[in-house]
Design a binder for this molecule. Structure first.
Ligand code: AHR
Length: 501
């Protein structure tokens, strides 16, 4: 059996974990809203039409913040279409996904849903087809107490208290040619600065996320961040990062190593933020909002067919990736990458939450169930709170088609405010178990409270409505913890949560 070593100390600290790194995303896309969170007439629907079975699953995860209403959708969206009496709301063509948006669920309904699901709304404004005026108006509508046109209209529409939306995205992926109203970096930086400035004049308590590149693969990646931050550095609080991975060639070894790229991406954007800080002689630090991340590739071909067959359809089953076991391993590793960068990654949103590239699936009129990726997401959200510890890991490595020197044991560790330590680990070795020997003497007496394991003999195994627990956590083999020395077996190709206290 291979061996790996780890040293942990409560004084080796990366940073305080901002719980918003366990955020998610609901876009007006596919069946995320209609048929996902909202399905009036469903046996589990509440008085507003929200599915209570979905809310229960969201609550199980613990999702502190949910980005809304897009995504690409937001770049053509008029927020005013989504308020007031439902029967008067217009049906509009959505040019992001070539479907029809009915606006049955809008700002008020979504904020109500957030309250029911125990999450906070992170609201994106349209800086594609719209601009400064619409952006400041929606802040006034949502957050201003009363006594102005927009705040009084909110009250007239049934909500006396302000919505108190604290986190705002200044557009979405504004560098992408697929975006309605895409901009150059300079144009966007100027617009983000002006929109952000007046939004904060309306409500100085809000925080703003500026669009970084839509991925590292954009030819303008790097230059985009430098140029746009140069224009809006003083106004914004975070820069966004988006990244999706896939395994279309079936190369599991390379797929599981994608977090090498993710870590590099994060560190590059941090460097650029700090370079602009230096250039401006600023004392302010810009942190990161990784507000779209996941595995996304399974549904790409079927989506083309669906869109061809029903252009301008409503709530089409788009981006319905069915996640397998290896996807859950990568999602676990991506979460650990955020933990290892907890000093700078303050927000992250798993894209998305229900049906659309999501941990939660539903059938219209039928059940709701957890996909494979639900489990690492839920477990890191539950147990990865408090402080991220710098785990000194000494692991055997492997080389694959895309990377060299990839640690076979991918690990991260946290300590909550009661002093409970959790070790998260993925064994990337396809065949061999790894014996983990961890030196925990710095913590004093502790015991192994729980070893949770996610493992399946088939990397392509999935969960379905008929077989929802095919890939589900079980109790791990556990190990020994004596005199501060932990010995535990991390089975080949597995996701592990080791809770100590
Ligand atoms: O999450 C799906 C889409 O991916 C979003 O709408 C867009 O921002 C990104 O390209």
């Amino acid at each position: 059996m291979k061996r790996a070593g780890m040293t942990l100390d409560k004084d080796y600290v990366i940073g305080r974990i901002d719980h918003r790194i366990y955020g998610s995303f609901i876009e007006h896309l596919g069946r995320a809203v209609y048929g996902g969170i909202y399905e009036p007439g469903h046996p589990m629907a509440d008085e507003q039409g929200f599915r209570k079975d979905v809310i229960e699953l969201v609550k199980k995860i613990g999702v502190p913040v949910t980005r809304y209403p897009g995504g690409n959708f937001v770049s053509g969206f008029n927020w005013e279409d989504s308020i007031g009496p439902k029967e008067k709301r217009p049906k509009k063509l959505d040019l992001a996904w070539f479907t029809t948006e009915t606006n049955e669920v809008g700002l008020h309904e979504f904020v109500d849903w957030c309250q029911k699901a125990g999450t906070q709304c992170m609201y994106a404004v349209n800086l594609g087809t719209r601009g400064v005026d619409a952006a400041r108006n929606v802040v006034e509508y949502a957050n201003h107490k009363s006594g102005s046109y927009w705040s009084d209209l909110r009250i007239q529409n049934g909500r006396r208290e302000p919505m108190g939306i604290k986190l705002w995205c200044l557009g979405n992926e504004m560098d992408g040619p697929w975006q309605m109203g895409a901009h150059t970096a300079y144009e966007y930086g100027r617009l983000a600065n002006e929109a952000g400035k007046v939004m904060k004049w309306v409500d100085p308590s809000i925080e703003l996320v500026a669009c970084g590149s839509s991925s590292t693969e954009m030819p303008t990646f790097g230059e985009w961040e430098l140029t746009m931050l140069n224009e809006c550095y003083d106004t914004v609080d975070y820069v966004s990062l988006h990244r999706y991975y896939g395994n279309p060639t079936g190369d599991t070894a390379s797929f599981l190593a994608r977090t090498m790229d993710l870590d590099d991406f994060i560190k590059t954007v941090v460097s650029i933020c700090d370079a602009v800080k230096g250039r401006k002689h600023s004392k302010k630090r810009i942190n990161l909002s990784f507000d779209e991340w996941n595995v996304w590739y399974h549904s790409s071909e079927q989506d083309k067919e669906i869109q061809k067959a029903d252009k301008w359809g409503r709530a089409l089953p788009l981006l319905e990736d069915i996640y397998n076991f290896e996807d859950a391993l990568l999602v676990g590793s991506m979460l650990m990458t955020f933990l290892r960068n907890a000093d700078r990654v303050k927000i992250a949103c798993l894209a998305q939450l229900v049906n659309v590239i999501a941990p939660i699936m539903t059938r219209n009129g039928g059940g709701a169930w957890a996909q494979t990726i639900f489990y690492p997401y839920m477990q890191v959200s539950r147990y990865g709170r408090g402080t991220s510890l710098r785990a000194l890991v000494n692991s055997p490595v492997y080389d694959c088609a895309d990377y060299e020197g990839v640690p076979l044991l991918d690990a991260a560790a946290t300590m909550d405010d009661e002093g409970h330590v959790t070790i998260f680990a993925v064994n990337r070795d396809m065949a061999e178990d790894i014996k983990l020997e961890a030196d925990l003497r710095a913590f004093g007496p502790m015991t192994i409270k729980e070893h949770i394991l996610l493992k399946h003999s088939d990397v392509k195994a999935v969960n379905t409505e008929e077989n929802p627990y095919n890939v589900a956590p079980v109790a791990g083999p556990g190990g020994t913890l004596e005199n501060g020395k932990l010995e535990i077996v991390i089975p080949a190709l597995s996701w592990n949560v080791i809770r100590l206290g």
